[in-house]
Design a protein around this ligand. Structure first.
Ligand code: ASP
Length: 346
């Protein structure tokens, strides 16, 4: 990665605001006109596997000159508003009472500010509400009724977030969750042995090396009412230090909270690790904190967890306990890539 971008790349990167970054006397010393940027990066967006459209949108906006946090939120909103994505926003799977409770958080690198909402009901795009907490309040996190009242004050609509499909999935789970309750098992019983999870963590860097991160989720399906996972916790679900990079997570939130994984991954990068190595190291720390009840018989984790990381130069990587993919756009097209794996198939 070079710290010198050609003039064409610079203009293509839509970084007109950085025109003042031309270093006097340097352009003439090079064969072709060049602009040296302080902290210059390859504009890049990296995210979880359900986010091909969000990384494309986020990078497109960054290249047009948008702020990185605005770009990240506009990206994840695509999935939050998509009724077919049952891991976030509208259509996200509900808690055990059939109520969709959403979590989100974000960090804006350049201003070193954060915002978050937890257990937010009735609002399709919690990432936008988290951004408003960051922008307009002296606080970092609002939860439950207060978070909803805050969102409504900005004109968000209070809506039913269950789709016919997510309601059906919840009803099926409730009917089949056990033999000793008062709900009769439905004849075509589909035991929900696996607890569906899903989340989006999206991290973006622009040509100036300014970073932002956002994580949004409906949390673990069928969770206990009021349960808040890692996603809205700044330093766990996501974190950005504008001097270093951004990182975030999807998967079992409780395990991530125990190691403050977003923050820890950024700290690993600060100490010189590549984004991929930083993610792997955080997974090792998670394992060191994992109690036996969460381990399989072979000693491997009985849950999934992924970390995604992006540094200030635009280098990126991701790691997972088991095989998983992530989405990235580094200017050469949006694509899926394989996460590095801590436990390869036997
Ligand atoms: N991390 C999310 C949570 O624990 C869930 C997920 O990513 O699947 O709420």
């Amino acid at each position: 990665m070079t710290d010198t971008l050609s003039r064409r790349t610079f203009i293509g990167a839509g970084a007109a605001a950085l025109a003042g970054s031309v270093l006097p006397g340097q352009a003439g010393a090079l064969e072709s006109p060049a602009i040296v940027l302080r902290g210059a990066a390859r504009p890049t967006a990296i995210s979880s596997a359900n986010s091909l459209a969000p990384v494309s949108r986020a990078l497109e906006l960054v290249l047009q000159g948008s702020d990185t946090l605005d770009a990240a939120v506009e990206g994840v909103k695509i999935q939050e508003l998509d009724p077919k994505d049952n891991s976030v926003g509208y259509g996200g799977l509900p808690n055990e009472d059939g109520v969709v409770q959403l979590d989100a958080s974000c960090v804006h690198g350049p201003t070193r500010r954060a915002g978050a909402v937890g257990s937010l009901e009735g609002i399709k795009t919690p990432s936008e509400v988290a951004k408003l907490v960051l922008k307009y309040t002296n606080h970092i996190m609002l939860v439950g009724e207060g978070a909803k009242k805050f969102a409504l004050s900005y004109g968000f609509q209070d809506e039913d977030l269950l789709t016919p499909e997510s309601r059906q999935l919840w009803l099926t789970w409730r009917a089949n969750r056990g033999g000793s309750d008062d709900w009769l098992d439905v004849p075509d019983k589909t035991p929900m042995v696996v607890r569906p999870t899903g989340t989006i963590n999206l991290n973006v860097v622009n040509a100036a090396g300014d970073l932002s991160s956002v994580t949004t989720t409906s949390g673990l399906a069928w969770k206990i009412n009021g349960r808040v996972g890692d996603s809205p916790i700044v330093g766990a679900g996501q974190y950005t230090d504008n001097d270093v990079g951004s990182a975030g997570s999807t998967g079992r939130g409780e395990s991530n909270i125990m190691v403050c994984g977003g923050f820890l991954t950024v700290e690993h990068m600060r100490r010189g690790m590549s984004p991929t190595d930083a993610c792997l190291e955080t997974l090792r720390r998670v394992m060191a904190m994992t109690p036996p009840r969460l381990l399989r018989e072979d000693g491997r984790p009985a849950f999934s967890l992924q970390f995604y990381a992006l540094n200030k130069k635009g280098e990126y990587g991701a790691a997972s306990f088991f095989r998983a993919r992530y989405a990235v756009h580094d200017g050469s097209g949006a694509s899926f890539k394989d996460c590095a794996v801590l436990y390869p198939p036997k």
